[in-house]
Design a protein. Structure first.
Length: 367
C-alpha cells in the first residue's frame, strides 16, 4: 500500500518503495540463512556475495573500467574530504592541490585539504554560490597532485553539466548528491566518491571509485581505515564495513538497473527538475531561483518565494501548506533559507507533479 508522505529531503532521502518492501521481507531472515543481514558476519560467504553483487552492479551501471577499484567505506562524504588529500596530495613532490570552490561542500573539502598540503583555489573567489566560473578564468597548476571539484552542490543547487578539463592532472570529484543520476565517463577521473544517502541508498556507506595507479602513495600519517590501498587490497574488508548499508545499496542498484539504468535516470531527472524550474521561470518573479541557468541542479532545486531575497512569512505559509499535503523536508538549508526541493532518483514524476500542482495553486492564491 502506497505511502502518503512525499519526501523531498536532501539526504538521507527517499528510497524506492520496492527496495523498502524487499528489505522488510528479508529483515528477519536473509534468504535461507535464518539470520538478518544486520546480524551477519562480514567474513561470511553470504555477505561476500552481497558485497560482490553490489560492486558488480555498480561496475555495470557506470561502465567502470577494469583498472579502477571500487570501495565501500565509512566516514561519509566528509571522511573523504580528508581521505582524498591524505591519499593523493603526495602524488607529486610539492604537495599541492587545485580546488574549485562553488558551494559549501567544496569549500569544506578545500579547508580540510589545507591541513595536508598547499591548496590553490583556481578561480576568483565567488561572492555567492550561484554560478560556476567560466573555465577560461581558471588558473590550473600543472604541478598540482590533483584537481578537486564537487559535481553537485547540494546546499546551493549548483551542478556541473560538463567535466572539467585538467590538462592531464588527476581529476577528483565529489558526486555525493548526483551519483548515478546520469551516465558518467569514469575514465576521465582519477577518483570519484559519493555518500549513498541521496541517490543510491542509506547513510553509512560511501562509494569510492579510484584508478589503480593512484594507490599506494598515502601520506604516512594517513589513518589505516582511510588508506585506499589497504582498503582496496582487502576488498573493503580491512575492518568491519557498514554491511547493512552496502546491502541496501545493492537493492537500490538492482532497482536502477530494472528501471533502465543511468540513462533512464538522467531522462527522468531532467523531466522532473524541468517541471519545477519551468514553474519558477513562468512565475514573474514570484518564485526565484538564484542559480544561473547553465548550472541549475537537476537534483536540488532551491528557490525563494515572494521576492528575490525571500518573503519569510510567505515561505513559512508555503511549507505549512506543503506539510498538510504530505510533502515534507522542503525547507532550504539553514545557511541559505527559502525552499529546496530535492528530486533524487527515487522521487517519482508523480511526486514531482504533486509539488508542481501545489506551486501553481500557491502562486495563484498569493501572487
Ligand atoms: N558532499 C556533498 C555534495 C554532500 O551533499 C554531503 C552531505 N549532504 C557531503 C559531502 C557530506 O556527507 P556526509 O554527511 O556523509 O559526511
Amino acid at each position: 500500500d502506497q505511502k502518503q508522505t512525499i519526501n523531498f529531503g536532501a539526504g538521507p532521502a527517499k528510497l524506492p518503495q520496492t527496495v523498502l518492501i524487499q528489505a522488510q521481507k528479508e529483515l528477519l531472515s536473509y534468504g535461507s540463512t535464518g539470520i538478518s543481514v544486520l546480524e551477519m558476519s562480514h567474513r561470511s560467504s553470504d555477505f561476500n556475495k552481497i558485497i560482490n553483487r553490489t560492486e558488480s552492479l555498480l561496475r555495470e551501471l557506470l561502465n567502470i573500467p577494469d583498472n579502477y577499484k571500487v570501495m565501500f567505506l565509512q566516514g561519509g562524504g566528509s571522511g573523504q574530504f580528508s581521505a582524498v588529500p591524505l591519499n593523493l596530495i603526495g602524488l607529486k613532490g610539492d604537495r599541492c592541490a587545485d580546488y574549485l570552490v562553488t558551494g559549501t561542500w567544496s569549500a569544506k573539502a578545500a579547508k580540510e585539504a589545507e591541513k595536508y598540503g598547499k591548496v590553490n583555489i583556481v578561480h576568483p573567489k565567488l561572492d555567492s554560490y550561484t554560478r560556476i566560473p567560466d573555465p577560461s578564468s581558471w588558473t590550473l597548476n600543472p604541478s598540482a597532485s590533483y584537481v578537486y571539484y564537487c559535481c553537485n552542490e547540494t546546499v546551493h543547487g549548483v551542478e556541473y553539466n560538463f567535466t572539467p578539463d585538467t590538462n592531464g592532472v588527476v581529476l577528483v570529484s565529489d558526486m555525493s548528491s548526483n551519483f548515478l543520476s546520469r551516465p558518467v565517463d569514469v575514465s576521465k577521473f582519477g577518483l570519484i566518491f559519493a555518500g549513498a544517502q541521496k541517490n543510491v541508498g542509506c547513510a553509512g556507506v560511501t562509494v569510492v571509485i579510484v584508478r589503480e595507479d593512484l594507490l599506494g602513495q598515502a601520506l604516512k600519517e594517513c589513518p589505516i581505515v582511510l588508506d585506499y590501498k589497504v582498503q582496496a587490497d582487502s576488498n573493503s574488508l580491512y575492518n568491519t564495513p557498514p554491511c547493512f548499508s552496502i546491502y541496501i545499496m545493492g537493492l537500490v542498484l538492482e532497482w536502477i538497473k530494472n528501471n533502465g539504468g543511468s540513462a533512464a535516470m538522467e531522462r527522468l531527472n531532467k523531466q522532473k527538475s524541468s517541471m519545477i524550474y519551468d514553474i519558477i521561470s513562468a512565475s514573474n518573479g514570484f518564485y526565484a531561483c538564484p542559480v544561473e541557468d547553465a548550472c541549475r541542479s537537476r537534483m536540488n532545486v532551491p528557490f525563494r518565494i515572494g521576492k528575490k531575497e525571500g518573503d519569510e512569512a510567505l515561505e513559512k505559509l508555503f511549507l505549512d501548506g506543503a506539510l498538510k499535503r504530505g510533502m515534507i523536508s522542503l525547507k532550504g538549508h539553514r545557511s541559505v533559507g527559502g525552499i529546496r526541493a530535492s528530486l533524487y532518483n527515487a522521487v517519482t514524476v508523480e511526486d514531482t507533479e504533486a509539488l508542481a500542482a501545489y506551486m501553481r495553486e500557491f502562486l495563484k492564491e498569493h501572487q
